[in-house]
Design a protein around this ligand. Sequence first.
Ligand code: AKG
Length: 265
Amino acid sequence: MTLAPARLTPAQQKSYADNGYLLGLPPIYTPAEMARINAELPNLLALLKPGETTNEMREWHHTSSYLYEIVMNPRILDLVEGILGPDFYVWGSHFFIKAPHSPGTVPWHQDAYYWPLSPFNTVTVWIAFDDVDEENGGMKLIPGSHLGGLIKHQLKDDANSIIQLELEQGTFDVSTAVQFRLKAGEISMHNDKAIHGSQANPSDRRRAGLTIRYSGTNVKADLKVSPDFVAHLCRGTDTYGHTPYAAAPTERYGRKDYRRVDRVA
Ligand SMILES: O=C(O)CCC(=O)C(=O)O
């Protein structure tokens, strides 16, 4: 089976602009392709050092052609182009893997609060390696929350928290949050200011996803804060010249220890 090329419709572009996320997108990989991708994942997991968790698997698309092929998949780039326009780069990738019966949560947050990037013009693609829903800790997002500004975050003092900052309590309303449900090989997209998070995984099923961060070439990283920030141009041209670009990786599976881009290390 070959998947036909797909672009965002004007209705999907409007929905993203209004709500800050998109679901119901055409699948990126067939079940057979996703099975092949999942079968290769243990080669990457084998690169974790003793004591490290899958949370350390960040920006390895710079050093693993296995991941580089995913982040540069033209089917994903065609959809991202519908949000960011013709000129954009990829700079981030981060696995969020919750084993069956695992307590890890992702507290409510806005991605842009973490990143030394301006202006706000970054879209996250979350690609499901497994079927993901409310039972195994799928993501939830508050529609329209990207239309306000950034809200103050505080340090989350909880060993089960997969990330370190959460929105201050009382600054947002979760009653309208939407539960994301994806089949393996499908993606969601979300805006860098959209408020989102996810619960633990009490189920018998793994919940694995890879986030991929794409920014318009107008986005400038503060290289004093994140000296290791580096990108790959996905589409078009970069007439701004703020961004350092890297060559594509040559190894199938490789890791490199980057200083993280986030505000909190
Ligand atoms: O995978 C999750 O539960 C959260 C992912 C997330 O916070 C993100 O994509 O920014």
